[in-house]
Design a protein around this ligand. Structure first.
Ligand SMILES: Nc1nc2c(ncn2[C@@H]2O[C@H](COP(=O)(O)OP(=O)(O)OP(=O)(O)O)[C@@H](O)[C@H]2O)c(=O)[nH]1
Length: 348
Protein backbone atom coordinates (compact mmCIF):
# COMPACT_ATOMS: atom_id res chain seq x y z
CA UNK A 1 0.00 0.00 0.00
CA UNK A 2 1.47 3.36 -0.92
CA UNK A 3 -0.13 6.19 0.96
CA UNK A 4 1.79 8.89 -0.91
CA UNK A 5 -0.86 9.70 -3.48
CA UNK A 6 -3.76 9.91 -1.09
CA UNK A 7 -2.53 12.90 0.81
CA UNK A 8 -3.37 16.50 0.26
CA UNK A 9 -1.60 19.55 1.57
CA UNK A 10 -3.25 21.03 4.63
CA UNK A 11 -5.61 23.68 3.32
CA UNK A 12 -5.82 25.61 6.57
CA UNK A 13 -2.34 25.77 7.99
CA UNK A 14 -2.51 27.24 11.48
CA UNK A 15 -0.85 30.61 11.69
CA UNK A 16 0.34 30.25 15.24
CA UNK A 17 0.30 26.97 17.11
CA UNK A 18 -1.13 27.33 20.58
CA UNK A 19 0.73 24.59 22.41
CA UNK A 20 4.32 24.90 21.32
CA UNK A 21 6.91 27.53 20.77
CA UNK A 22 6.17 29.74 17.74
CA UNK A 23 9.22 29.88 15.55
CA UNK A 24 8.85 33.61 14.94
CA UNK A 25 9.62 34.15 18.59
CA UNK A 26 13.09 32.86 17.95
CA UNK A 27 14.01 34.91 14.95
CA UNK A 28 12.99 38.33 16.20
CA UNK A 29 13.92 39.11 19.78
CA UNK A 30 15.59 36.10 21.17
CA UNK A 31 15.65 36.70 24.92
CA UNK A 32 19.07 37.71 26.04
CA UNK A 33 18.70 36.69 29.66
CA UNK A 34 18.96 33.11 30.75
CA UNK A 35 15.79 33.40 32.83
CA UNK A 36 13.73 34.39 29.85
CA UNK A 37 15.20 31.62 27.77
CA UNK A 38 14.52 29.17 30.55
CA UNK A 39 10.88 30.26 30.61
CA UNK A 40 10.63 29.95 26.85
CA UNK A 41 12.09 26.44 26.85
CA UNK A 42 9.91 25.46 29.79
CA UNK A 43 6.82 26.58 27.87
CA UNK A 44 7.83 24.50 24.87
CA UNK A 45 8.67 21.51 27.06
CA UNK A 46 5.48 21.70 29.09
CA UNK A 47 2.99 22.18 26.29
CA UNK A 48 0.42 19.44 26.50
CA UNK A 49 -0.88 17.18 23.79
CA UNK A 50 -4.07 18.43 22.35
CA UNK A 51 -5.91 15.37 21.16
CA UNK A 52 -9.38 16.86 21.26
CA UNK A 53 -11.43 15.49 18.37
CA UNK A 54 -11.87 17.85 15.46
CA UNK A 55 -15.41 19.09 15.01
CA UNK A 56 -15.94 17.41 11.67
CA UNK A 57 -14.91 13.76 11.53
CA UNK A 58 -11.62 12.14 10.67
CA UNK A 59 -8.26 13.77 10.21
CA UNK A 60 -5.29 12.07 8.54
CA UNK A 61 -1.96 13.05 7.06
CA UNK A 62 1.60 12.14 6.23
CA UNK A 63 4.50 13.25 8.38
CA UNK A 64 8.06 12.71 7.10
CA UNK A 65 10.78 12.24 9.71
CA UNK A 66 14.08 13.37 8.19
CA UNK A 67 17.58 14.11 9.40
CA UNK A 68 21.20 13.08 9.03
CA UNK A 69 22.27 9.61 10.22
CA UNK A 70 22.12 8.77 13.93
CA UNK A 71 20.07 11.71 15.22
CA UNK A 72 17.34 9.39 16.55
CA UNK A 73 14.73 9.22 13.75
CA UNK A 74 13.96 5.53 14.13
CA UNK A 75 13.87 5.74 17.92
CA UNK A 76 11.32 8.53 17.49
CA UNK A 77 9.20 6.59 14.98
CA UNK A 78 9.07 3.54 17.24
CA UNK A 79 8.03 5.69 20.18
CA UNK A 80 5.33 7.39 18.13
CA UNK A 81 3.94 4.13 16.78
CA UNK A 82 4.20 2.49 20.20
CA UNK A 83 5.97 -0.58 18.83
CA UNK A 84 9.35 -1.24 17.32
CA UNK A 85 8.92 -1.14 13.57
CA UNK A 86 12.19 0.54 12.59
CA UNK A 87 15.51 -0.87 13.70
CA UNK A 88 18.00 1.25 15.62
CA UNK A 89 21.63 1.00 16.59
CA UNK A 90 24.46 3.21 17.74
CA UNK A 91 25.92 2.96 14.25
CA UNK A 92 24.97 5.59 11.71
CA UNK A 93 23.18 4.48 8.55
CA UNK A 94 21.10 1.77 10.18
CA UNK A 95 17.83 2.68 8.44
CA UNK A 96 17.87 1.87 4.73
CA UNK A 97 14.26 1.98 3.66
CA UNK A 98 11.28 4.23 3.73
CA UNK A 99 9.27 2.81 6.63
CA UNK A 100 5.72 3.85 7.24
CA UNK A 101 4.30 3.63 10.73
CA UNK A 102 0.79 4.66 11.76
CA UNK A 103 -0.86 5.62 14.97
CA UNK A 104 -4.54 6.39 15.30
CA UNK A 105 -5.46 8.54 18.26
CA UNK A 106 -9.16 9.36 18.60
CA UNK A 107 -10.37 10.64 15.22
CA UNK A 108 -6.85 11.40 13.96
CA UNK A 109 -4.56 9.07 12.04
CA UNK A 110 -0.88 10.00 11.98
CA UNK A 111 1.04 8.35 9.15
CA UNK A 112 4.76 8.71 9.87
CA UNK A 113 7.41 8.08 7.25
CA UNK A 114 10.87 7.23 8.60
CA UNK A 115 13.70 7.70 6.14
CA UNK A 116 17.35 6.70 5.91
CA UNK A 117 19.78 9.32 7.19
CA UNK A 118 20.90 11.34 4.16
CA UNK A 119 24.34 10.16 3.07
CA UNK A 120 26.91 12.77 2.18
CA UNK A 121 29.93 10.47 2.10
CA UNK A 122 30.61 7.57 -0.34
CA UNK A 123 28.76 8.17 -3.60
CA UNK A 124 28.15 4.45 -4.22
CA UNK A 125 25.01 2.89 -5.68
CA UNK A 126 23.66 1.97 -2.23
CA UNK A 127 23.93 5.55 -0.97
CA UNK A 128 22.42 6.99 -4.14
CA UNK A 129 19.45 4.69 -3.59
CA UNK A 130 19.13 5.71 0.10
CA UNK A 131 19.20 9.38 -0.82
CA UNK A 132 16.55 8.90 -3.50
CA UNK A 133 14.33 7.46 -0.78
CA UNK A 134 14.80 10.57 1.38
CA UNK A 135 14.09 12.99 -1.48
CA UNK A 136 10.95 11.02 -2.41
CA UNK A 137 9.70 11.05 1.17
CA UNK A 138 9.84 14.81 1.77
CA UNK A 139 7.65 15.59 -1.21
CA UNK A 140 3.92 15.12 -0.96
CA UNK A 141 3.65 15.10 2.83
CA UNK A 142 1.62 17.39 5.09
CA UNK A 143 4.36 18.00 7.62
CA UNK A 144 8.11 17.49 7.88
CA UNK A 145 9.78 16.76 11.19
CA UNK A 146 13.42 17.78 10.74
CA UNK A 147 15.42 16.00 13.44
CA UNK A 148 18.76 17.31 14.68
CA UNK A 149 20.73 16.74 17.85
CA UNK A 150 19.98 19.67 20.12
CA UNK A 151 22.69 22.32 19.89
CA UNK A 152 24.34 20.80 16.84
CA UNK A 153 24.31 21.54 13.14
CA UNK A 154 26.92 20.54 10.58
CA UNK A 155 27.23 20.05 6.84
CA UNK A 156 25.35 16.78 6.90
CA UNK A 157 22.38 18.49 8.63
CA UNK A 158 22.63 21.36 6.12
CA UNK A 159 22.39 18.94 3.20
CA UNK A 160 19.13 17.46 4.51
CA UNK A 161 17.75 20.90 5.28
CA UNK A 162 18.40 21.97 1.70
CA UNK A 163 16.07 19.20 0.50
CA UNK A 164 13.02 20.48 2.35
CA UNK A 165 10.41 21.91 -0.01
CA UNK A 166 9.53 25.53 0.81
CA UNK A 167 5.76 25.07 0.77
CA UNK A 168 5.53 22.33 3.41
CA UNK A 169 5.53 23.24 7.11
CA UNK A 170 8.58 21.91 8.93
CA UNK A 171 9.08 21.41 12.65
CA UNK A 172 12.57 21.69 14.07
CA UNK A 173 12.87 18.77 16.48
CA UNK A 174 15.91 19.22 18.74
CA UNK A 175 16.34 15.63 19.89
CA UNK A 176 18.56 14.22 22.67
CA UNK A 177 17.69 17.25 24.76
CA UNK A 178 18.49 15.12 27.81
CA UNK A 179 22.16 15.48 26.87
CA UNK A 180 22.04 19.29 27.10
CA UNK A 181 23.12 20.35 30.56
CA UNK A 182 23.47 24.07 30.06
CA UNK A 183 20.28 25.24 28.41
CA UNK A 184 21.57 28.79 28.01
CA UNK A 185 23.94 27.48 25.35
CA UNK A 186 20.94 26.61 23.22
CA UNK A 187 19.85 30.25 22.69
CA UNK A 188 22.37 31.27 20.02
CA UNK A 189 21.95 27.92 18.32
CA UNK A 190 18.20 28.36 18.11
CA UNK A 191 18.55 31.79 16.63
CA UNK A 192 20.91 30.47 13.98
CA UNK A 193 18.57 27.61 13.17
CA UNK A 194 15.66 29.97 12.64
CA UNK A 195 17.77 32.02 10.26
CA UNK A 196 18.55 28.90 8.26
CA UNK A 197 14.94 27.90 7.63
CA UNK A 198 11.51 29.25 8.33
CA UNK A 199 10.53 26.53 10.80
CA UNK A 200 6.88 26.46 11.85
CA UNK A 201 7.75 25.36 15.38
CA UNK A 202 10.59 24.37 17.61
CA UNK A 203 10.29 21.22 19.71
CA UNK A 204 13.08 20.43 22.18
CA UNK A 205 12.65 16.82 23.34
CA UNK A 206 14.03 13.34 23.87
CA UNK A 207 12.71 10.51 21.75
CA UNK A 208 13.27 8.35 24.84
CA UNK A 209 10.78 10.31 26.94
CA UNK A 210 7.17 9.12 26.78
CA UNK A 211 5.88 12.48 27.95
CA UNK A 212 7.70 14.31 25.17
CA UNK A 213 6.34 11.88 22.59
CA UNK A 214 2.76 12.47 23.73
CA UNK A 215 3.35 16.21 23.46
CA UNK A 216 4.59 15.76 19.88
CA UNK A 217 1.28 14.21 18.81
CA UNK A 218 -0.55 17.33 19.90
CA UNK A 219 1.89 19.50 18.01
CA UNK A 220 1.67 17.49 14.78
CA UNK A 221 -2.10 17.01 14.80
CA UNK A 222 -3.06 20.49 13.73
CA UNK A 223 -1.09 20.18 10.48
CA UNK A 224 -3.09 17.15 9.33
CA UNK A 225 -6.03 17.85 7.04
CA UNK A 226 -9.57 16.65 7.69
CA UNK A 227 -9.83 13.60 5.42
CA UNK A 228 -10.63 9.88 5.77
CA UNK A 229 -8.01 7.58 7.28
CA UNK A 230 -5.66 5.75 4.91
CA UNK A 231 -5.27 2.64 7.11
CA UNK A 232 -7.26 0.62 9.62
CA UNK A 233 -7.32 2.00 13.17
CA UNK A 234 -5.16 -0.88 14.50
CA UNK A 235 -2.57 -0.99 11.71
CA UNK A 236 0.95 -0.07 12.79
CA UNK A 237 3.02 -0.46 9.63
CA UNK A 238 2.72 -1.20 5.93
CA UNK A 239 5.78 -3.45 6.06
CA UNK A 240 5.44 -7.25 5.90
CA UNK A 241 6.69 -9.78 8.46
CA UNK A 242 9.21 -10.93 5.86
CA UNK A 243 10.63 -7.41 5.61
CA UNK A 244 10.66 -7.08 9.41
CA UNK A 245 12.57 -10.38 9.70
CA UNK A 246 15.39 -9.07 7.47
CA UNK A 247 15.49 -5.81 9.40
CA UNK A 248 15.64 -7.53 12.79
CA UNK A 249 18.58 -9.69 11.67
CA UNK A 250 20.35 -6.60 10.31
CA UNK A 251 19.84 -4.80 13.60
CA UNK A 252 21.40 -7.67 15.58
CA UNK A 253 24.24 -7.81 13.08
CA UNK A 254 24.91 -4.09 13.50
CA UNK A 255 24.60 -4.21 17.26
CA UNK A 256 26.68 -7.30 17.89
CA UNK A 257 29.60 -6.55 15.61
CA UNK A 258 32.19 -3.86 16.24
CA UNK A 259 32.77 -0.73 14.22
CA UNK A 260 35.16 -2.66 12.02
CA UNK A 261 32.24 -4.28 10.14
CA UNK A 262 31.53 -1.92 7.25
CA UNK A 263 27.98 -0.77 6.84
CA UNK A 264 27.85 -2.42 3.40
CA UNK A 265 26.52 -5.68 4.78
CA UNK A 266 22.92 -6.56 4.09
CA UNK A 267 20.38 -9.31 4.77
CA UNK A 268 18.27 -11.20 2.24
CA UNK A 269 15.38 -13.48 3.15
CA UNK A 270 15.63 -16.67 1.04
CA UNK A 271 12.63 -18.41 2.52
CA UNK A 272 9.67 -17.28 4.64
CA UNK A 273 7.07 -19.96 5.21
CA UNK A 274 4.23 -20.00 7.68
CA UNK A 275 2.56 -23.15 9.01
CA UNK A 276 -0.09 -22.13 11.50
CA UNK A 277 1.71 -20.09 14.15
CA UNK A 278 5.15 -21.40 13.11
CA UNK A 279 7.43 -19.41 10.79
CA UNK A 280 10.34 -21.06 8.96
CA UNK A 281 12.81 -18.43 7.85
CA UNK A 282 16.09 -18.78 5.96
CA UNK A 283 18.24 -15.70 5.56
CA UNK A 284 21.60 -14.74 4.10
CA UNK A 285 23.87 -12.03 5.40
CA UNK A 286 25.78 -10.62 2.43
CA UNK A 287 29.19 -9.03 3.00
CA UNK A 288 31.82 -7.60 0.71
CA UNK A 289 34.95 -9.43 1.87
CA UNK A 290 36.06 -12.78 3.28
CA UNK A 291 37.43 -11.00 6.35
CA UNK A 292 34.00 -9.59 7.11
CA UNK A 293 32.53 -13.07 6.93
CA UNK A 294 34.89 -14.23 9.68
CA UNK A 295 33.91 -11.29 11.86
CA UNK A 296 30.24 -12.21 11.65
CA UNK A 297 30.70 -15.93 12.22
CA UNK A 298 33.09 -15.37 15.15
CA UNK A 299 35.11 -17.95 17.02
CA UNK A 300 33.48 -21.38 16.71
CA UNK A 301 30.45 -19.69 15.18
CA UNK A 302 29.57 -17.97 18.48
CA UNK A 303 28.81 -14.53 17.03
CA UNK A 304 26.51 -15.81 14.29
CA UNK A 305 24.75 -18.02 16.80
CA UNK A 306 24.07 -15.02 19.04
CA UNK A 307 22.81 -12.92 16.13
CA UNK A 308 20.44 -15.77 15.25
CA UNK A 309 19.22 -16.31 18.81
CA UNK A 310 18.53 -12.64 19.49
CA UNK A 311 16.82 -12.19 16.12
CA UNK A 312 14.67 -15.28 16.69
CA UNK A 313 13.54 -14.12 20.12
CA UNK A 314 12.53 -10.76 18.75
CA UNK A 315 10.66 -12.31 15.82
CA UNK A 316 8.80 -14.62 18.19
CA UNK A 317 7.78 -11.66 20.33
CA UNK A 318 6.62 -9.77 17.23
CA UNK A 319 4.62 -12.60 15.65
CA UNK A 320 3.44 -14.32 18.82
CA UNK A 321 4.44 -17.70 17.33
CA UNK A 322 7.46 -19.97 17.13
CA UNK A 323 10.26 -19.19 14.66
CA UNK A 324 12.83 -21.53 13.09
CA UNK A 325 15.62 -19.37 11.76
CA UNK A 326 18.62 -20.37 9.65
CA UNK A 327 21.23 -17.77 8.74
CA UNK A 328 24.02 -18.10 6.15
CA UNK A 329 26.84 -15.67 5.39
CA UNK A 330 27.95 -15.05 1.79
CA UNK A 331 30.58 -12.84 0.20
CA UNK A 332 29.53 -10.72 -2.82
CA UNK A 333 32.37 -8.33 -3.40
CA UNK A 334 31.44 -4.88 -4.63
CA UNK A 335 27.65 -5.32 -4.31
CA UNK A 336 27.13 -1.83 -2.87
CA UNK A 337 28.72 -0.31 -5.99
CA UNK A 338 26.56 -2.32 -8.37
CA UNK A 339 23.20 -0.68 -9.24
CA UNK A 340 21.59 -3.95 -10.37
CA UNK A 341 22.68 -5.87 -7.25
CA UNK A 342 21.53 -3.04 -4.98
CA UNK A 343 18.10 -3.35 -6.60
CA UNK A 344 17.93 -7.14 -6.36
CA UNK A 345 18.81 -6.83 -2.67
CA UNK A 346 15.59 -4.89 -2.16
CA UNK A 347 16.67 -1.24 -2.31
CA UNK A 348 14.57 1.12 -4.38
N1 LIG B 1 20.42 10.33 24.87
C1 LIG B 1 19.56 10.11 23.87
N2 LIG B 1 19.85 9.17 22.91
C2 LIG B 1 18.96 8.99 21.91
C3 LIG B 1 17.75 9.73 21.84
N3 LIG B 1 17.10 9.34 20.72
C4 LIG B 1 17.86 8.39 20.12
N4 LIG B 1 18.99 8.17 20.83
C5 LIG B 1 20.07 7.20 20.51
O1 LIG B 1 20.73 7.63 19.32
C6 LIG B 1 21.20 6.49 18.56
C7 LIG B 1 20.72 6.57 17.12
O2 LIG B 1 19.31 6.40 17.10
P1 LIG B 1 18.53 5.92 15.78
O3 LIG B 1 17.08 6.03 16.12
O4 LIG B 1 19.05 4.62 15.27
O5 LIG B 1 18.98 7.08 14.77
P2 LIG B 1 18.57 7.30 13.23
O6 LIG B 1 18.50 8.77 13.02
O7 LIG B 1 17.35 6.51 12.87
O8 LIG B 1 19.85 6.71 12.52
P3 LIG B 1 20.04 6.22 10.95
O9 LIG B 1 19.39 4.88 10.86
O10 LIG B 1 21.54 6.14 10.87
O11 LIG B 1 19.49 7.25 10.06
C8 LIG B 1 20.69 5.25 19.31
O12 LIG B 1 21.76 4.76 20.10
C9 LIG B 1 19.57 5.81 20.17
O13 LIG B 1 19.37 5.05 21.35
C10 LIG B 1 17.47 10.71 22.87
O14 LIG B 1 16.46 11.41 22.89
N5 LIG B 1 18.41 10.85 23.86
Amino acid sequence: MTPGKKTSKNPERPAKPADSLPAEALSADLPAQDAELEAMLARAMMSQANNAPPAEGQRCGLIAIVGKPNVGKSTLLNALVGQKISITSRKAQTTRHRITGMRTVGPTQFVFVDTPGFQTRHGNALNRSLNKTVVGAVNDVDLIVFVVEAGQFNQADAKVLSLLPAGTPAILLANKFDLIHRRAEIAPWLKEMQERHNFAEFVPMSANSAKDVVRLFGICEKYLPPQPWMYGADELTDRSERFMAAEIIREKLFRLTGDELPYTSTVIIDKFEQEGELRRIAATIVVERDGHKGMIIGEKGEKLKRIGTEARHEMEALTGGKVFLEIWVKVRSGWADDEARVRTFGYE
